[in-house]
Design a protein around this ligand. Structure first.
Ligand SMILES: [Mn+2]
Length: 247
């Protein structure tokens, strides 16, 4: 992980930020990124295995590199099983639960091609993966309240801070100016979003956008064009970030 995440600083960031409610804590996995050579975080794949393969070819992670996924591995694209299998079979790949995995867990949606092993894996996914002062969650956080007051549903679905929600500004990640640095998906963006406090990775691969990863050590994005056929999406539910492109 980058040097900012030494976790030993003044104590005002790590310990304040990463205290969760008991319910969330039961689905929280803490990791040590120092055990890995490099750490990558990958955006919403949504059942597009060939696009994922293309991204993995580009990143070319070794067994000593950690690859984390922001959730929504499944649904919308042509083969959710192949995506889950790819992530599940590599010891150095991990994912958090997305709102689309939650729909399957709750029985609100079914995906025919998923096997029992896939479903078991989906049910086992944590809601949060964290290290020092970084964390991966699917939706995001509500910057108006402490992390310890967040529900699982909020972490999976957070997007707009407007009363109507949806794709109305302000978005939580544009208001997040403190640690932890939150890596997230869920909000489809025309290009990846990065500040010191939030990194948005859903560039809408299943909607004809790119699939994006963030290289934490190199502090840069890696994106590939989609291979799979995609669904359409209206422009008013694709966010153009209000921060400059960093890389
Ligand atoms: Mn998604």
């Amino acid at each position: 992980m980058s040097k900012r995440d030494d976790g030993t600083s003044d104590g005002s960031k790590g310990d304040v930020s990463l205290r969760f409610s008991e319910t969330v804590e039961a689905h929280h996995e803490r990791i040590d990124v120092d055990e890995w050579d490099r750490t990558y975080v990958v955006g919403d794949v949504h059942g597009c295995p060939h696009t994922l393969d293309r991204l993995l070819e580009e990143i070319d992670p070794s067994d000593n590199d950690l690859v984390l996924f922001v959730g929504d591995l499944v649904r919308k694209g042509p083969d959710s099983h192949a995506v889950v299998e790819t992530v599940r079979e590599r010891d150095n790949f991990s994912a958090v639960r997305g709102n689309n995995e939650q729909k399957i867990i709750d029985g609100r949606k079914t995906v025919d091609e998923l096997t029992d092993a896939d479903r078991e894996y989906i049910e086992s996914l944590p809601v949060v993966i964290s290290w020092d002062d970084g964390m991966v969650v699917h939706g995001g956080i509500d910057v108006r309240k402490p992390l310890s007051e967040h529900t699982v549903g909020e972490l999976l679905n957070m997007r707009s801070l407007a009363p109507e929600g949806g794709y109305e500004r302000p978005f939580w990640f544009e208001q997040q100016h403190e640690h932890p640095r939150v890596f997230f998906g869920h909000t489809v963006m025309a290009r990846p979003f990065a500040t010191d406090s939030a990194v948005g990775l859903d560039t809408g691969a299943v909607y004809g956008g790119k699939l994006t990863a963030y290289d934490c050590l190199g502090d840069e994005f890696i994106s590939v064009d989609p291979v799979e056929n995609y669904e359409s999406r209206s422009d008013d539910s694709i966010v153009t970030p209000n921060v400059p492109v960093r890389c």
